[in-house]
Design a protein around this ligand. Structure first.
Ligand code: GRF
Length: 211
């Protein structure tokens, strides 16, 4: 069975959605470890309540790569196949990205490449777009720049606030993150340049690389 490693810094609703789908057998994997750089992250507590291995790994005062080496060592110790960033508020070092090539996913609350970076929902509202959404992408060495696995579109309503818009987007985040994890674990994706194409379900083609 494949092992997931979840990294979070806060609320952990995406983590919980993944954990629910794992428990329901919709994602055929085990959550081997949850790591947070914030001791007070509600997601960490929620992981412990679910009986999962949940580790607080302080990042304060540590050089980025020194910290990432500790995270990578923990992930490897738990034989993690796929790393899922779920509100992990740190940019990964090239060392980390290279340790898990094409095996790190992130969820971003906008339709990338629009509104990368922080406060994506606020950026979208202030820009005045009529539609925004969320994106699951493979993490590369840039910020929110990796190949896109899944997206969902969400309308922006005239009376939206950042809170109401974020809540509508979050619902879609929970849905597409699980779906993307499933596709990755099943080896159902093919990467051509920046494009991620879906393989039909069934026997895996022999030319397929790692997943
Ligand atoms: C989500 O909006 C996600 O898109 C962004 O950080 C937020 C995390 O929320 N990367 P949660 O901790 O999963 O509830």
């Amino acid at each position: 069975m494949k092992h997931l490693g979840i990294l979070l810094s806060g609320r952990g609703s995406n983590f919980e959605a993944i954990a629910r789908d794992v428990e329901a057998g919709k994602i055929n994997a085990r959550i081997a470890i949850v790591i947070s750089n914030r001791e007070d992250a509600p997601g960490l507590r929620r992981a412990r309540e679910r009986g999962l291995k949940a580790v607080y790994l302080p990042s304060k005062g540590k050089d980025r790569e020194v910290y990432d080496r500790e995270v990578v060592a923990l992930l490897n110790e738990h034989r993690v196949d796929l790393v899922c960033l779920a509100g992990f508020m740190r940019v990964l070092s090239p060392y980390f990205v290279r340790a898990f090539p094409r095996r790190i996913l992130n969820i971003h609350p906008a339709l990338l490449p629009a509104f990368a970076g922080l406060d994506a929902q606020k950026q979208a509202l202030e820009y005045g777009v009529k539609f925004t959404g969320c994106t699951v992408h493979i993490v590369d060495e840039g910020v929110d720049t990796g190949p896109i696995v899944a997206q969902a579109v969400v309308p922006v309503l005239d009376d939206d606030t950042v809170e109401t818009l974020s809540a509508r987007i979050l619902k879609e985040e929970h849905r597409i993150y699980s779906e993307a994890i499933r596709l990755m674990l099943e080896g159902r994706i093919r990467i051509e340049g920046r494009r991620i194409l879906l393989e039909p379900p069934g026997p895996r083609p022999t030319s397929e690389g790692h997943s």
